[in-house]
Design a binder for this molecule. Structure first.
Ligand code: SAM
Ligand code: SF4
Ligand code: SF4
Length: 336
């Protein structure tokens, strides 16, 4: 099944909550939001059912995300339910790591394969400036626990913001190198409507690579990238691998095979969509799996999103790009 640009539906990101115990300035900077009513949040069984229909449509990989997914009580039960779905080969989690330490082993036993932890700084002051809540120590403990539980390969997501943590690129790379962690540097994106994005905060892939090259020679790691958002590089001395996610300067919409399910049961076909397609009504009004399958297939077949490519075209043409001119769903509903 392909969309209007010939892209298959391969993976599903499931946001299990819109709440978060951090307030990262680039994602969810405000104190309060209009939280989704609890009764509107999908139950684990509803999520399992939707994911199973996605698996029938070709999805092989699911990623559990949020908000902060580990805020959801008993997340390991959901992981087990997802890992047992026929056709699902890879079950992963993206987390800020703060609540991971006591859960890593149980998640592994429940069938979780891998974890991506988001960590933008190794300096307590910069960490606090970016995350606004939580403690660096808890995140580092979470990373250690995930390594001990063999949730591998462990990836670290680092959003690089000019003037804030861009001086730490080499330190974070070294942190990953010493532990066998794949650090992925992410260009700061204009997600949502409240993160005050401006191109002056962006550190481009070209600049990230230039800074790394001054200290370490590297080359492309040679593996086909497929639909992965990160371009991967191998340090020439063989001591590690890192990635760059260049969503702004080198968009990869042409290879975007990802669907997103919000915590309140909307199917969203692009990180920058203005709205989603409600699946919950069908789920809760006695709709059959076949009806659900037909609805999802129809949505995917009519998909034509290529927001990041259009943004680059607007920036490059000099016609001016205003991130707020476009209505977008907040990142907390989408889970990155
Ligand atoms: N709370 C979890 C976490 O932080 O890993 C999962 C949800 S979070 C929305 C998923 C990913 O989106 C994180 O790695 C985060 O760094 C990334 N992200 C959020 N806002 C971003 C932005 N403005 N630009 C680039 N990446 C962003
Ligand atoms: Fe929370 Fe993750 Fe967004 Fe940070 S990036 S505010 S941890 S959802
Ligand atoms: Fe996919 Fe939309 Fe991102 Fe393009 S902008 S890569 S279509 S999520």
């Amino acid at each position: 099944m392909i969309d209007r640009h010939g892209r298959p539906l391969d993976d599903l990101r499931i946001s299990v909550t819109d709440r978060c115990n951090f307030r990262c300035t680039y994602c969810m900077p405000l104190e309060r939001y209009d939280w989704i009513e609890r009764s509107e949040i999908l139950s684990f069984e509803e999520i399992r059912r939707v994911a199973a229909v996605f698996a029938q449509l070709g999805v092989r990989k699911v990623r559990v995300t949020g908000g902060e997914p580990l805020l959801r009580v008993d997340l390991e039960s959901l992981v087990r339910m997802l890992a047992e779905i026929e056709g699902i080969e890879d079950t992963c989690l993206t987390t800020n790591g703060s609540l991971l330490a006591p859960k890593a082993e149980v998640l592994k036993r429940a069938g979780l394969r891998r974890v991506t932890v988001s960590l933008d700084s190794l300096r307590p002051e910069t960490f606090s400036r970016m995350a606004q809540r939580g403690s660096l120590e808890n995140v580092l403990d979470g990373i250690d626990a995930a390594l001990s539980a063999s949730l591998l390969p462990l990836k670290l997501n680092v959003v690089v913001e000019r003037g804030v943590n861009d001086t730490e690129i080499l330190d974070l790379l070294e942190f990953g190198r010493q532990r066998g962690i794949v650090v992925r540097f992410i260009e700061y994106m204009d997600v949502g409507t409240v993160n005050q994005w401006s191109s002056s905060k962006l550190v481009s892939k070209a600049e990230i690579l230039r800074r790394i090259r001054q200290a370490h020679p590297f080359e492309p790691d040679g593996h086909p990238r497929g639909s992965a958002p990160a371009q991967r590089f191998r340090l020439s001395d063989g001591s590690g691998v890192f990635g760059v996610i260049a969503s702004v300067t080198e968009p990869f919409c042409g290879a975007c095979t990802r669907a997103r399910l919000t915590a309140d049961g909307r199917l969203v076909t692009c990180l920058f969509s203005a709205q989603g397609h409600d699946l919950k009504r069908l789920l809760r009004s006695g709709g059959t799996d076949e009806q659900l399958r037909r609805r999802i297939a129809a949505i995917w077949r009519s998909r034509s999103d290529r927001y990041s490519e259009q943004r680059l075209e607007a920036i490059s043409s000099g016609s001016g790009y205003s991130p707020l001119a476009v209505q977008k769903i907040e990142m907390i509903s989408l889970g990155g």
